[in-house]
Every structure is written in structure tokens, then in C-alpha cells.
Design a protein around this ligand. Structure first.
Ligand code: ZN
Length: 149
């Protein structure tokens, strides 16, 4: 992995990173979530940093491949938003997120370096995960914005 957008700052001079997230739904209206091994912990969609000189879409395709072995067939940008409370393991608190809704092919395969588990969850189950405090905050936020809760 390269260095995500080093030297990029917000208007207030705070360091920031760029991130991509993938909303992946199967034919049964279930969403692919992983139980993250890295901070921030919790149940989350596939996501990661955008490397230096990498486009959001290239990062999306790479992260999905690395984390699940799935191939992206098509994608649509659903959120582009700077979150000032979205922290990562590298101690950066501001992330500009690009979240895509994706069509994929292949079979989802867990990458044990990235996640403890990976599975498909219905909206109802995602709502239960939220009630149990198990959703990673950023994904709690996206699912809320999508009207899941
Ligand atoms: Zn970061």
C-alpha cells in the first residue's frame, strides 16, 4: 500500500485522507459486510484509503479485489462527503469519502488480513447490528443516510 494522499490538508490546515467505500448488494437484497480487523473496528462495507496518484474508482476496484476477490462490473457514486469525525488507524480524523454502489462478479472470499469475517446481511440484520452497537460509525452513518433506520 502506498501513502494515502500525503500532504493534503483541509481549509483549517488539518491533515486529511481520501477514502472509498463500496455498497455491494446481492440478488436477495443483502449487503456485503466485513467485521474489520483494523481500526476503526466494527461491521462495515468494503473500504479503504485512496493511494497517492490513484483515482477513487481505481481505489474502489483495488480495495474490493483485495478484501473480497470480487470483480467490479459497474459502479455508481452515491455519496461524496467530507467527514470530520471519521478517524483511521493512522491518526487522521478528516476523511473525504467516495461511496459507490457496485455491481460485482465472482464469489466473495474473506481476506483474513483485513477482516475477521465476511457475510451478507439484510437491512433488518444491519438494523440489529446497529442496535447492538456493532456497526462501524461511518457505515452506521451511510446506512442511516440510505434510510435503513
Ligand atoms: Zn485515514
Amino acid at each position: 500500500m502506498g501513502n494515502p494522499q500525503l500532504g493534503v490538508s483541509t481549509k483549517n490546515g488539518e491533515d486529511m485522507h481520501y477514502s472509498v467505500g463500496a455498497l455491494i448488494k446481492n440478488a436477495k437484497d443483502e449487503y456485503l459486510l466485513v467485521d474489520r480487523k483494523k481500526e476503526p473496528l466494527g461491521m462495515a462495507g468494503l473500504a479503504g484509503h485512496i493511494d497517492e496518484n490513484e483515482s477513487p474508482v481505481d481505489a474502489l476496484i483495488r480495495e474490493i479485489s483485495e478484501e473480497s476477490s470480487l470483480k467490479v462490473k459497474s459502479y455508481k457514486l452515491i455519496f461524496e462527503e467530507e467527514l470530520i469525525w471519521s478517524s483511521c488507524s493512522r491518526g487522521i480524523h478528516v476523511h473525504l469519502w467516495y461511496v459507490y454502489s457496485c455491481e460485482v462478479s465472482g464469489t466473495a472470499k474473506l481476506n483474513k488480513d483485513e477482516a475477521k469475517s465476511m457475510d451478507w446481511y439484510s437491512k433488518k440484520k444491519i438494523s440489529e447490528l446497529r442496535d447492538q452497537g456493532k456497526l462501524e460509525p461511518v457505515w452506521d452513518y451511510w446506512f442511516n443516510r440510505l434510510g435503513f433506520f
